[in-house]
Write a new protein. Structure first.
Length: 263
């Protein structure tokens, strides 16, 4: 082992903090350590991370930063959830980072992409990264199956720490997500205010689905009417049932009577 390590040290790889590659205290970079461990066939537990972002430069830079952040990280990037779905290694993904900039992109990530990612790889843990921090979006992301929500104002060190926390089974919600979502003007105009529900118990999208469940509509029709994927509807229905401890769609209709009795 000592001979092999000496050979690696003499291979000319540039150590971190010493551009000349010499010096008694030279330490290899994380990428060099990965190659060294692989060449020596030393087993290591790898966290496979998938970065999904429509912005090519942003996703490639983030993936490379994460790949170089530690010997136990391996990152790949894709433009869309569909592109990742076609990849052969999606089942090995431990963490999925859904990155979105702007209100429209964030809403699409929260309302569609999170549920699709959970459906594609149920064992993966999904984290949304966005510049939008509205409590309602954060709550809906968690309701849809995300395990974390990170602001783009966060440092890379916090992102790495959050990934490790969520991989270990935790959940990360920013302080803004702990605040009760405020009712918007559109919410009041749509008459949702009269439902008398506790703030944050159901998202607006979930209320739309509950209303159609009470009408006896199947998932396919609900998906068509709300212009969303059928698998996304299934995820929402499962989350609704979990919230109110319902065992089937009939119980959902019965247990939500109070929400609609004055509507």
């Amino acid at each position: 082992m000592a001979t092999e390590l000496s050979a690696l040290a003499q291979s000319g790889e540039r150590p971190l903090g010493d551009s000349s590659g010499s010096g008694p205290d030279a330490v290899p970079t994380n990428l060099e350590l990965k190659r060294s461990l692989d060449s020596l066939r030393i087993a290591r537990e790898v966290t496979h991370i998938t970065v999904i972002d429509a912005n090519a430069l942003a996703r490639i830079c983030l993936a490379r930063c994460l790949d170089a952040a530690g010997t136990d990280f391996s990152a790949a990037s894709y433009a869309t959830v569909q592109a990742w779905q076609q990849a052969h290694d999606r089942k090995a993904t431990a963490i999925v980072l859904l990155c979105a900039v702007g209100e429209r992109a964030t809403e699409a990530a929260v309302k569609i992409d999170v549920a699709q990612a959970v459906h594609i790889a149920p064992e993966s843990r999904v984290i949304v990264i966005s510049d939008r921090e509205e409590p309602a979006l954060i709550v809906e992301a968690i309701d849809s199956g995300a395990k974390g929500y990170i602001s783009m104002n966060t440092s890379l060190d916090v992102v790495i720490a959050t990934i490790k926390l969520i991989k270990a089974g935790g959940t990360f919600i920013p302080v803004s997500g702990m605040l009760a979502p405020q009712q918007t003007t559109s919410t009041r105009q749509n008459g949702t205010e009269s439902l008398g529900r506790p703030p944050g118990r159901f998202t607006e999208r979930q209320l739309e689905i509950i209303k159609r469940l009470r009408e006896g509509k199947p998932n396919k029709i609900i998906a068509y009417e709300l212009q969303m994927g059928e698998c996304t509807v299934k995820v929402h229905v499962r989350n609704i049932m979990r919230k109110i401890n319902a065992r089937n769609r009939t119980e959902v209709a019965f247990l939500t009577n109070e929400l609609f009795e004055t509507a």
